[in-house]
Design a protein around this ligand. Structure first.
Ligand SMILES: NC(=O)c1ccc[n+]([C@@H]2O[C@H](COP(=O)([O-])OP(=O)(O)OC[C@H]3O[C@@H](n4cnc5c(N)ncnc54)[C@H](OP(=O)(O)O)[C@@H]3O)[C@@H](O)[C@H]2O)c1
Length: 331
């Protein structure tokens, strides 16, 4: 037994950023199928806000954080893809990555290629694997080919900047939305072919104008309540609306007949954690992600860094829409 100690961010009750505080806690040895990792960087994600606020209810007290990168310190029985000393990164359940070191299931922990740094690794697993399944698995019935129009909301965010670049690499014509002109410019610089400031412009009207009336084949909507109607109204007939988040609040209930009225369109609500339920699938998705990052087609933009002890400020900035690209916490 080689118990070590770690700081960890915990909430005792749900609420605002002030509910998060640091504790000191022992970290034991990994059990079967587990590893102990010492973090060099920790990824911040909007899902952390939902778990902290109680929108996604979890048992309390709760340690937060679902993404990180660091060095493997100990390996439990039955883990064959990782060794002590390996550089590694992950997006994983259960939450608890806001810490110096932790034990977690090895299934979603991947060796980090040498040419990818710890900050990039910590910023790219949850967000990049999400970009992977959105672009590579969430297909409309008619398929998705180079030249097709797609719409992505909050395109200058963590997931957004990865999707913009990856879509460009796939030859998709991605229309971005964002909340400021600066964020629109950033999305354009990262591969979007048009950008709409959705605080000032009507999204569906602009999309119809840009696509000569046809609408887009797929809308990727992580904003939720505020963008829902515009998303439906931007779709081509038989188009696909992929709802994958609720940064502005959850989408209200709707009657299925609405989908017929909008052009016999399809709606799906996706979560990454249904895509990474096996080691093989996680690694295959990660390998694709590592390949597009390694080739330079996708750059991981870490634009905000906070010491772990300033996690409250990091959440405040994310919720106030003050961030672009990814944010990491540094132990
Ligand atoms: N289901 C999944 O598998 C999965 C996985 C990863 C992420 N996600 C979702 O993807 C979305 C993006 O995640 P992320 O971590 O990369 O965050 P992010 O995009 O970096 O930050 C969220 C962005 O949403 C926009 N937004 C619009 N209305 C907002 C509001 N009322 N309050 C706060 N933000 C608002 C803001 O951009 P503007 O200023 O440009 O509007 C903000 O910067 C989130 O909804 C997240 O939950 C889902």
């Amino acid at each position: 037994m080689s118990t070590t100690h770690s700081r960890a961010v915990v909430i005792e009750q749900t609420g605002g950023p002030e509910q998060m505080h640091l504790i000191e806690a022992p970290v034991g040895d990994p059990g079967p199928g587990e590893v102990r990792i010492r973090h060099h960087a920790i990824g911040l994600n909007y899902i952390d806000v939902y778990q902290r606020s109680g929108l996604y209810p979890l048992p309390l007290p709760l340690r937060l954080g679902m993404e990180g990168a660091g060095v493997i310190e100990a390996v439990g029985a039955g883990v064959e893809h990782l060794q002590v000393g390996d550089r590694a990164a992950y997006a994983s359940q259960p939450p608890g990555s806001y810490c110096d070191a932790r034990v977690l299931p090895a299934m979603n922990v991947c060796r980090l290629p040498e040419d990818i740094g710890f900050e990039q690794g910590a910023a790219m697993m949850l967000k990049g694997l999400t970009a992977q399944y959105l672009l590579r698995h969430c297909k409309p019935v008619e398929g998705l080919q180079a030249g097709d129009w797609v719409l992505f909301h909050a395109a200058a965010g963590g997931v957004g900047l990865i999707v913009c670049q990856w879509a460009r690499a796939l030859g998709l014509r991605l229309i971005a939305t964002a909340g400021t002109d600066e964020k629109c410019a950033l999305a354009l610089a990262n591969g979007a072919v048009h950008a709409i400031n959705y605080r000032h412009e009507n999204v569906a009207e602009r999309v119809r104008a840009l696509t000569a009336g046809s609408g887009v084949k797929v809308v990727y909507d992580g904003v939720g309540k505020d963008t829902w109607e515009g998303s439906l109204d931007s779709l081509a007939p038989f188009g696909l609306l992929v709802s994958f988040g609720n940064a502005s609040g959850p989408v209200p209930a709707f009657a299925p007949a609405l989908l017929a009225a909008k052009g016999s369109v399809y709606v799906t609500r996706q979560t990454l954690f249904h895509h990474i339920t096996s080691r093989a699938r996680t690694q295959a998705m990660a390998d694709e992600l590592f390949a597009v990052v390694g080739s330079g087609a996708v750059q991981i933009h870490v634009e905000q860094r906070y010491p772990l002890a300033q996690v409250q400020q990091a959440h405040q900035a994310l919720e106030a829409r003050q961030t672009v690209g990814a944010t990491v916490l540094l132990p």
